[in-house]
Design a protein around this ligand. Structure first.
Ligand code: CS2
Length: 477
């Protein structure tokens, strides 16, 4: 069978994208290609993998063209995406990556490097100077971290007298633009104070809210796509029909693709959108991931097909999360919740609870703990979210409800494994988890101590499913 392909790159590159995972290929790439089709401009995308060569190796034989398959009705709806002009693998050739980022034709460097890629510390709210990758980047001119690449490339642009590129964070972090800005400025200051001042003066770091559920592509998906397009594609992506992108309108020299023509919302303040999405979508995603996994469900759709879990998700929204939010302009939070449930229920989207459960130490604070904290300061308790924290603790302890080992994937996984070995009593486990300052501030640990302890002990006895049912019943009575 012939590979999916094209003659030559269609678009000159104007964007370098760090972290070319499935999400960016199912979201940002499509908006960008649509924008160029609608309004023109040199906005091809050079993708950069910061770790593994897998995506490049898969895409290179098909000239970086791939299929984005929408998990809709009966059949996948396949679209051929041609906006990627090249893929570089940073560890193989960091110089090539820096050369592209320093090229003044590149106006935007966008990122989807996941929460952990920002190398920031919750303890200080800024750059984690002790992070091994940051230590490496301070000692070497050729970086390994995303902040390192940004700073070294901005340095080259300053020295050459070019404008900086806009840094466009597209990860699920609150105020993601400000977060990457703080990290970049802190690292730049260590390199050269003038560089820091130049970036501060000339740089732009718009915040964004990105949304599209993109499960990891499976062998099954690949076979189905090939049978539909009648060509070989070793790197398709699959995604739900829904998509949203809200972008703060703040770009260097106001240069960016006409993403608005492709459906993105260009706004002055992204914050209410971010908070809504992080708490309502990502918050319940994490709740369903830990509790659903423990109850033996493989996917989000399977989990919410269960009446107790469906009712639990709804009470999380109506009773605990929505009361902490201000609706963004033009949005009804009740409707947003109803639409989310339909998205979760889509049986075509096989989004694994184990996939979402990954990296919980990086996700919990903005998805769950902020909501609990807000409620606590308004004298309201949060039994559903507290149960989620307890379920996460149970999950990272590493043994599921049937006694099988859990493959815990988290930057703190080794630390958790050592802690789990050295604690015998569940009370000690909860107490030592609440002492993990990368996740729980001293204040929130104090707030959580009593309710999480009680809930955790009950969870061990009763199991996740029964606990979920109890939370729902308590709200109903
Ligand atoms: C998910 C997100 O894996 C996860 O943690 O909650 O990737 C989620 O699917 C996206 O943010 C949806 O836009």
């Amino acid at each position: 069978m012939k590979y999916i392909s094209r003659q030559s790159p269609k678009y000159r590159a104007g964007i370098v994208h760090l972290g070319l995972g499935a999400f960016s290929r199912a979201h940002i790439a499509l908006y960008t290609e649509d924008a160029v089709r609608n309004s023109g401009g040199d906005w091809g995308v050079i993708g950069v993998s910061l770790r593994s060569p897998n995506v490049r190796d898969a895409l290179v034989n098909q000239q970086f063209v791939y299929t984005a398959a929408q998990l809709d009705s009966e059949q996948f709806e396949c679209r051929q995406v041609e906006v990627i002009s090249d893929v570089l693998v940073a560890p193989e050739n960091p110089t090539a990556v820096l050369r592209q980022m320093a090229n003044p034709d590149i106006k935007i460097v966008s990122l989807t490097v996941t929460e952990k890629g920002y190398c920031f510390s919750r303890l200080t709210g800024g750059l984690d100077l002790q992070h091994p990758d940051i230590q490496h980047d301070l000692a070497n001119p050729l970086p390994v971290s995303a902040p390192g690449f940004l700073v070294r490339a901005l340095e080259a642009r300053m020295r050459a007298g070019h404008l900086p590129f806009t840094v466009l964070s597209c990860d699920n972090l609150p105020e993601n633009g400000n977060t990457i800005k703080r990290v970049v400025l802190a690292l730049a200051e260590q390199v050269d104070k003038d560089l820091m001042l130049w970036i501060k003066e000339n740089g732009c770091f718009p915040s964004t809210m990105v949304d599209r559920i993109t499960p990891a592509t499976t062998q099954n998906d690949r076979q189905l796509v090939e049978s539909l397009i009648k060509m070989k594609d070793v790197a398709p992506v699959v995604h739900e029909p829904f998509t949203q992108w809200v972008i703060e309108n703040s770009f260097v020299a106001n240069e960016h693709p006409d993403w608005a023509s492709a459906g993105a919302q260009m706004v002055n303040d992204v914050h209410p959108f971010e908070l809504m999405k992080l708490r309502m979508l990502n918050g319940t995603h994490s709740a369903l991931a830990y509790l659903g996994f423990l109850a033996g469900f493989e996917t989000i759709a399977d989990t919410v097909a269960d009446d107790d879990f469906k009712a639990f998700t709804k009470v999380l929204w109506t009773e605990e999360i929505i009361p902490t939010l201000t609706a963004p302009p033009g949005i009804s939070l009740a409707e947003y919740a109803a639409d989310l449930m339909l998205r979760y229920e889509n049986p075509k989207v096989r989004h694994l609870t184990a996939q979402i459960a990954m990296d919980g130490s990086q996700k919990l604070p903005q998805r769950i703990l902020g909501t609990i904290d807000y409620r606590f300061s308004h004298n309201a308790d949060s039994p559903g979210l507290i149960l989620t924290v307890a379920a996460w603790m149970r999950y990272v302890h590493g043994i599921d409800e049937t006694g099988n080992a859990i493959d815990v994937r988290d930057p703190l996984a080794d630390k958790f494994a050592v802690m789990a070995k050295s604690t015998v009593e569940p009370e000690d486990w909860v107490a030592s988890m609440l002492n993990v300052r990368e996740v729980f501030s001293e204040r929130i640990a104090e707030v959580l101590f009593e309710p999480v302890m009680t809930t955790y002990l009950k969870l061990l006895q009763q199991g996740a499913h029964k606990m979920v049912r109890e939370v729902v019943q308590a709200y109903r009575s």
